[in-house]
Design a protein around this ligand. Structure first.
Ligand code: ASP
Length: 315
């Protein structure tokens, strides 16, 4: 099987003109680091599940993406984090929502997957589970960055003056995710997010909802989404793409395009990365840009924010 790994850092990229060279370079370096972390596992014959967890952990630590450190603030000026991970071979999954203190939500979700039952935990119980499993626990402020604080201030102002709907994708969105196919042909997907800026306290998005923002099933596809989570949940986007492939015989490209078209019809920003059963990679989005990247079977790293895709060396 050809190895495959693709990641996204959310469809809320700043317009290219507003990204300084330094910011672009730093985001690109973190995307490449995430890909290298995942690829190192795949290249050694390791499981897709390990690869997606490793890639997402790197992006959770990056201040450039809305997950872990750098997560969006909710309406109370705090962070509530959602994440999930799914094994395409067994359909085992772990999901956590509303975490406030777990540094790496994706790894806590992985522990839950390993345990097998329950599949999903929320809030303080999720943080408690993560602590019991030995995951790093931090103060909520650990996740804060100045950019996200500015996003919250501007969204509060927009709310007051009634222009919230006109907020840029960068003010609203972000999420990180990874999909992989390993040497055994097994697929996996993982997604982690801070949700969106100024979200109501307790709001849960699509990222921890298996079948919506995250889905993996061997023989079909692995999917991780970014964009207005409420619509991803309503359309069960991850499962919908897998079903279009399985029952309608669509190619990965056509299935993801069909799912994205339905979201686009609602006027929302959305994007995703997906891998097919044969290791094919797609990364469609309908916004100005989407942080994304993949490794081609020859081990070449590619990263992008907007239209142009740049080679970033060997994995
Ligand atoms: N999908 C995420 C959520 O709704 C946010 C995003 O990707 O922009 O929580």
């Amino acid at each position: 099987m050809p190895l495959a790994l693709a990641i996204h850092g959310g469809c809320g990229t700043l317009p290219r003109a507003e990204l300084t060279e330094a910011e672009w370079a730093a985001a690109k370096a973190d995307l490449a680091a995430a890909l290298r972390a995942g690829w190192a596992i795949l290249a050694k014959g390791g499981p897709a599940l390990d690869a997606v967890e490793a890639a997402v952990r790197v992006m959770e630590d990056s201040p450039h993406f809305n997950a872990g450190h750098g997560a969006a603030f909710n309406a109370d000026g705090e962070h509530e984090l959602d994440a999930s991970i799914m094994d395409g071979e067994t359909l085992a999954a772990g999901a956590l929502a509303g975490l406030r203190r777990t540094r790496h939500p994706v790894s806590a979700a992985r522990s839950l997957l390993r345990r097998g039952d329950p599949l999903m935990l929320i809030g303080a119980a999720g943080d408690r589970f993560a602590a019991e499993e030995g995951h790093e626990i931090v103060e909520n402020g650990f996740f804060s960055t100045e950019r996200r604080r500015n996003n919250l201030s501007s969204m509060k102002i927009r709310e007051l003056v009634g222009t919230a709907a006109g907020a840029s994708e960068a003010e609203k969105h972000g999420t990180v995710g990874a999909v992989a196919c390993d040497a055994q042909g097994h697929l996996a997907a993982a997604t982690s997010t801070g949700g969106y800026t100024n979200k109501p306290v307790g709001r849960v998005g699509d990222s921890p909802i298996i079948g919506a923002g995250t889905y993996a099933r061997d023989g079909r596809c692995a999917v991780s989404g970014t964009g207005k989570g409420e619509l991803f949940i309503r359309y069960c986007v991850g499962h919908e793409i897998a079903s279009l492939i399985a029952y309608k015989g669509l190619s990965l490209q056509d299935a993801t395009a069909a799912a994205l078209a339905e979201l686009t019809a609602h006027g929302i920003g959305a994007g995703l990365v997906a891998i097919g059963a044969d290791g094919a990679i797609v990364a469609p989005y309908n916004t100005d840009g989407m942080y994304r990247g993949w490794v081609t079977p020859d081990g070449q790293v590619h990263v992008a924010t907007h239209g142009e895709v740049e080679p970033a060396g060997q994995a």
